[in-house]
Write a protein that binds this ligand. Structure first.
Ligand SMILES: CCCCCCCCCC(=O)SCCNC(=O)CCNC(=O)[C@H](O)C(C)(C)COP(=O)(O)OP(=O)(O)OC[C@H]1O[C@@H](n2cnc3c(N)ncnc32)[C@H](O)[C@@H]1OP(=O)(O)O
Length: 250
C-alpha cells in the first residue's frame, strides 16, 4: 500500500503499529542511512553550538537566516508523517524517529557507540548528556532522565524476550547528575502474566549512583500472540570491540 513516501510501502498493521517496508535495495538503504546519520549528527552539533554561541548579534541574525534557508531546502521533499517503524531487508525494525535512539532524530542521545545494548539480564547505555539536556544548572534535566529510563525499560524487557509498554514509571532522584557521561542499566525483576516489573539505575561519570527507577510494563492485549516485530540491539559485549558500531545502520 502506498503511503506517499517513494522509498517505502505500508506493509501491515499490528494493533497500533503500522509497519512500512523499504522499497530500496540493501546497498542504497545503507548509503541513505549513513547520509542521514551524518546529517543528524551535523544538526545535533548545530543545536549544541547555537545554545552555547557568544558571537555578536549581527552574526546571530545572519546565521538564523542561513538556517531558515537550509530548513527550506530540506522541506522541498519531506514525508508528512512521523517515521514510525520501517522494516529493513533483514526483517529488523528501524525506528529512526525515536526520541531516545532514532538515527534521524537530533534530540536522540542513545546513538552510535552511545546506543543501547542488550545482555541476558537487560539493557545498558553509556550516554553523553551535554548542555542540550540541562535542568538544574550544570545538571541533567530530571525529565530527560525519565525519558531515557522509559526507553531503557522497554529495551531491557525486549532483551529478555518479555516485551511490553510502560504503564507506570517511578524515578527516585538521589543526587544531582552533572552534565556529561551517565551510565544507565535496567533489568527485569518479576513477570506476572502480561505484567513485567522492572528496575533501573543511573550512575554519573564518577560512578556515583544518582537515580533509581522502577517501572511496570504491560504486554498490551493487542500485542499478545501477534506478529509484531520488536527492534533488536547488539550485545553489551560489542562495546568491548568495535565501539564505532552503529546498531541502527543495518
Ligand atoms: C511493536 C513496537 C513497539 C515499540 C514501542 C517502543 C516504546 C518506547 C517506550 C515508550 O515510550 S512506551 C510509551 C508509554 N506508554 C504507553 O503509551 C502505554 C499506554 N497504555 C496502554 O497502551 C495500555 O494502558 C497498556 C498497554 C499499558 C495496558 O493496556 P491493556 O488493555 O493491554 O491491559 P489491561 O487493561 O488488560 O491490563 C492488564 C494488566 O495490567 C494492569 N495495568 C494496566 N495498566 C496499568 C497501570 N497503568 N498501572 C497499573 N496496572 C496496570 C491491569 O490492572 C491488569 O492487571 P491484572 O492482569 O492483574 O488484572
Amino acid at each position: 500500500m502506498t503511503n506517499g513516501d517513494p522509498s517505502t510501502d505500508d506493509d501491515r498493521q499490528t494493533g497500533l503499529v503500522t509497519y512500512s517496508r523499504t522499497l530500496l535495495a540493501p546497498a542504497e538503504l545503507a548509503r541513505r542511512d549513513r547520509a542521514y546519520a551524518a546529517l543528524t549528527e551535523a544538526v545535533r552539533e548545530l543545536c549544541d553550538a547555537q545554545l552555547r554561541t557568544e558571537v555578536d548579534l549581527e552574526e546571530v541574525g545572519a546565521v538564523a537566516a542561513e538556517v531558515r534557508a537550509v530548513t527550506a531546502r530540506l522541506l522541498t521533499s519531506a514525508r508528512e508523517r512521523s517515521f514510525g517503524i520501517e522494516l529493513g531487508h533483514d526483517g529488523g525494525a528501524r525506528e529512526h524517529g525515536n526520541a531516545v535512539l532514532g538515527l534521524r532524530n537530533p534530540f536522540a542521545c542513545a546513538v552510535g557507540a552511545r546506543a543501547m545494548f542488550w545482555d541476558d539480564r537487560g539493557a545498558r547505555a553509556t550516554l553523553e548528556l551535554g548542555a542540550l539536556y540541562e535542568g538544574p544548572p550544570g545538571c541533567v534535566h530530571g525529565g530527560v532522565l525519565a525519558l531515557v529510563f522509559d526507553q531503557l525499560f522497554t529495551e531491557a524487557a525486549a532483551a529478555v524476550g518479555q516485551v511490553g509498554m510502560t504503564a507506570e514509571l517511578t524515578v527516585a532522584y538521589r543526587r544531582p547528575i552533572p552534565l556529561g557521561t551517565v551510565t544507565v542499566d535496567a533489568w527485569l525483576e518479576v513477570v506476572d502474566g502480561r505484567k513485567r516489573r522492572m528496575h533501573a539505575t543511573c550512575h554519573d561519570g564518577d560512578g556515583n549512583l544518582t537515580a533509581e527507577a522502577e517501572a511496570l510494563l504491560v504486554l498490551p492485549r493487542w500485542l499478545e500472540g501477534s506478529d509484531a516485530i520488536w527492534p533488536k540491539r547488539p550485545p553489551v559485549d560489542a562495546l568491548d570491540g568495535d565501539v564505532s558500531l552503529d546498531p541502527s545502520v543495518t
